[in-house]
Design a protein around this ligand. Structure first.
Ligand code: MN
Length: 241
């Protein structure tokens, strides 16, 4: 007998949360999100601007809630608790096929597609946590902290290994680099992450930001892009009342 997968038939005491998702370029279909992983310090120049030596120590990861994702074009209210709210332009990959202990040589088979994303960061909270040996969550894992432009399917565009990655605030370019400069590339990231957790379809990975991070305030328009993956644009709205 087949088990039902109809959530309406299950006996939840409150309505189950909606499934978070990101758009897919060229279709009305959307990609459902299970988890959001982020790589810390994956471009040497950014590691240096954060006061750390770039090296080939194993990459480290942090996470954001699945429902922190926001669509391209959104207005993101200036978040609470911070006085130093930062942008970080990043290459985002989406896992379409799960796996555990995936070898780097097979890792690209697990990637559904790629997008331009922004790892929004409450930098003051992140650095205070870092320096106190506390978790980064309040600096990174807050509401609406993961803007993500539409995914481009690897089946259509392949697996980008180089190309300009940039971000501008009110038209002034702040970050300008190349994804070829990733310290840990996409196959390595997927492989290493899969040694720590079993990856599942719907997982996103923000792969780290190049140098040039900085603060944004209400009223700012933040744009960015990666060659071959289109652009992203968000505006920063006043804080929620
Ligand atoms: Mn980041």
């Amino acid at each position: 007998m087949t088990m039902t997968t109809d959530t309406a038939a299950q006996n939840f005491v409150i309505a189950p949360p909606a499934v978070s998702s990101v758009a897919i370029a060229g279709t009305e279909a959307r990609f459902p999100i299970r988890r959001i992983f982020c790589v810390g310090r994956n471009y040497a120049a950014h590691a240096r601007e954060m006061g750390k030596d770039p090296d080939r120590d194993p990459p480290f990861f942090f996470t954001k809630p699945a429902d922190s994702v926001v669509d391209n074009g959104a207005a993101v209210p200036y978040p609470p608790l911070t006085r130093n709210f930062h942008y970080e332009i990043e290459l985002v990959l989406a896992i379409g096929k799960g796996g555990f202990n995936i070898p780097a040589s097979k890792a690209l088979d697990h990637v559904y597609g790629y997008a331009v994303g922004i790892d929004l960061t409450r930098r003051d909270l992140q650095l205070a946590a870092r320096d106190a040996g506390r978790p980064w969550d309040w600096g990174k894992a807050f509401d609406l902290s993961a803007p993500c432009a539409p995914l481009h399917r690897a089946a259509e565009i392949g697996h980008p290994q180089k190309g300009r990655i940039w971000l501008a605030v009110n038209g002034q370019v702040k970050q300008d680099a190349d994804i070829a400069d990733l310290i840990w590339n996409v196959p390595e990231i997927v492989s290493i992450l899969s040694e720590a957790v079993e990856l599942k379809p719907g997982d996103l990975v923000y792969t780290g930001t190049p140098a040039g991070v900085g603060a944004i305030v209400a009223g700012d328009k933040v744009t960015g892009g990666i060659d071959g993956l289109g652009d992203i644009e968000i505006t920063i709205a006043p804080p929620r009342g």
